[in-house]
Design a protein around this ligand. Structure first.
Ligand SMILES: Nc1ncnc2c1ncn2[C@@H]1O[C@H](COP(=O)(O)OP(=O)(O)OP(=O)(O)O)[C@@H](O)[C@H]1O
Length: 258
């Protein structure tokens, strides 16, 4: 079963194809990094896969047409972390994370017990247990991001779609987050996340999809995708490629000569 299957996906805004005939499929146990320059269409593609914007083409979630799923069915299939990490409400962090349980409210045979455990686990995974009673609108940017990721984890969906989840996180929290994502794969769950950090993409993702001007220009394992000619063509950068303990290292070192 595919968790996500998108075909012939096209998004037109103001007469321009922002997403141009894209195919994207995600199976179980994949950590897919969506990379590409600013304005390539990453956010638009993720939103189209979630049914959040109008798109032509076919999207299936767990082998079912997205268009025919109810909002509740969608919420049980996929969790979404938007790029904007705003929390306007002055409510306790544990309530924000608890919102992730909303799609499952009526189906626990044990009342709130199982849901409470899942919320606690999600907060522990993201290291925000100590913030449980804090008002969410008093958090730092990085804390807010981690709380919202915990909320998405509490939704306990097979698929998590995260738009730039590491933005605003310090290096330790970036790595911790990628470790959390990787740990979901053992449970058969999958993550699709847009990333700007090629080093994280190289080291943690099982697969990279490169978007450029609304088109997928590469799709494969990081070692096949993060090649000098692709980075030069797509980003206009030269990069350092190396190896360190535990995996590959990629870092943009300069702009390519025009
Ligand atoms: N509602 C809209 N109206 C006009 N243009 C739009 C709209 N939404 C997106 N675009 C344009 O579509 C293109 C793709 O935007 P998108 O946000 O998907 O890119 P992105 O790859 O996520 O970029 P970034 O890395 O900067 O976040 C951009 O040129 C953007 O200006």
């Amino acid at each position: 079963m595919m968790l996500l299957g998108a075909e012939n996906l096209t998004v037109r805004i103001g007469g321009r194809a922002i997403i141009d005939n894209v195919a994207l499929s995600v199976g179980h146990g994949e950590l897919v990094g969506l990379i590409g320059p600013n304005g390539a269409g990453k956010t638009t593609l993720l939103k189209a896969c979630l049914g959040l914007i109008r798109a032509a083409g076919d999207v299936q979630l767990m082998d079912r047409p997205l268009a025919r799923m109810t909002p509740l069915e969608r919420a049980r299939a996929v969790a979404y972390l938007p790029q904007d990490h705003e929390i306007a409400w002055a409510v306790a962090v544990r309530h924000i994370v608890g919102l992730g349980r909303q799609p499952w409210r009526d189906c626990s045979a044990f009342g709130d017990y199982a849901g409470g455990q899942i919320v606690a686990r999600a907060m522990a995974r993201m290291g925000v247990e100590g913030l449980a009673e804090r008002r969410a609108n008093t958090l730092s940017g990085g804390e807010r991001a981690r709380v919202l990721i915990a909320r998405a984890l509490a939704q306990a969906t097979p698929l998590l779609i995260a738009d730039e989840p590491v933005a605003g996180l310090d290096p330790a929290h970036q790595i911790a987050l990628m470790e959390v994502f990787a740990s979901l794969l053992n449970e058969g769950r999958s993550v699709v996340c847009s990333l700007h950090d090629l080093g994280l993409a190289a080291r943690w993702c099982t697969r990279l999809v490169v978007l450029s001007q609304g088109c997928v220009v590469a799709d494969g394992p990081p070692s096949a995708v993060l090649r000098p000619e692709i980075l030069r063509r797509v980003y206009g950068v030269e990069a350092f490629f190396g190896h360190a303990d535990g995996g590959p290292v990629v870092m943009a070192t300069g702009l390519s000569k025009k």
